[in-house]
Design a binder for this molecule. Structure first.
Ligand code: BEZ
Length: 252
């Protein structure tokens, strides 16, 4: 199943994704006239920020809905619907940037190889993704609620890849990158409003729940809320255990 993204819900309730990405742009430090590839660009907010600094950006995303929304918001930026595993470009890029997207790509070696090919010699790959331990509480709640509701949990539908720093570093090095920096850090992430966890589940858990009816999904959402309330809901606010893997790698 390919994820059916709701670009409107993404922009309305999950704009923290690109807000956190701003510090990753600082790390990338885009220069005037550099050509930058944004892998998993979503609705284009970070691509836009990079163009404001004078870079030219090409944004790709596997979701046609996201690309349509990005193109509507930022008509002067070039966007294209493209799977990262199938990326091919006529010209090389000075840098590849990716925020909160690589953990959706379950063929990391193939993706890293495509990024390597897309870069100029000496070009940099600067990215942040979910790493080891990311959203462990939500994963636990989804599994437990399905068990409690006697609904089948299908391992194969698990849509994410959350590697350790050591694992991803060795993949980058195997592809030919020199890893200048890689770090796994905890970033507790507040969700918007009392319905924050519900909105998160509606937005992001559809692959895992794809075999369930709409009614069964609603029961799973409600059970997850019950299970997580004691640990993740404080002062009217959901806070989720995000772990980020952030790195800078250079094509040798
Ligand atoms: C993340 O950014 O870590 C993430 C977002 C949605 C689903 C899973 C992980």
């Amino acid at each position: 199943m390919t994820t059916k993204w709701n670009a409107h819900l993404y922009d309305e309730k999950h704009d923290f994704v690109s807000k956190y990405g701003t510090s990753l742009i600082d790390l990338l430090a885009p220069q005037k006239n550099e050509l930058i590839l944004d892998v998993g660009c979503g609705t284009g907010d970070l691509a836009y920020e990079m163009t404001s600094l004078g870079a030219s950006v090409f944004g790709v995303d596997a979701s046609a809905t996201m690309i349509m929304a990005a193109q509507q918001k930022y008509p002067t930026i070039a966007f294209q619907t493209m799977e990262a595993t199938a990326m091919r470009f006529p010209q090389p890029f000075d840098a590849v940037f990716s925020n909160a997207a690589l953990h959706w790509m379950k063929e990391p070696d193939l993706v890293i190889g495509k990024v390597y090919k897309a870069l100029n010699n000496g070009g940099r790959f600067v990215a942040e993704m979910g790493g080891q331990g990311n959203i462990a509480s939500i994963v636990w709640a989804l599994q437990t609620s399905m068990e409690e509701l006697k609904l089948p949990y299908i391992e194969h539908y698990f849509p994410w890849y959350f590697p350790s720093a050591e694992e991803y570093q060795s993949k980058l090095e195997n592809a030919g990158f020199h890893v200048e920096m890689i770090t796994l850090y905890e970033r507790p992430t507040p969700l918007q409003g009392q319905g924050g966890l519900h909105n998160w589940l509606v937005m992001f858990s559809d692959n895992l729940l794809q075999h369930l009816t709409e009614d069964e999904k609603k029961q799973v959402y409600a059970t997850c809320e019950e299970l997580l309330k004691p640990t993740c809901f404080h002062d009217d606010q959901w806070i989720i255990d995000y772990f980020r893997l952030r790195f800078v790698a250079r094509k040798k």
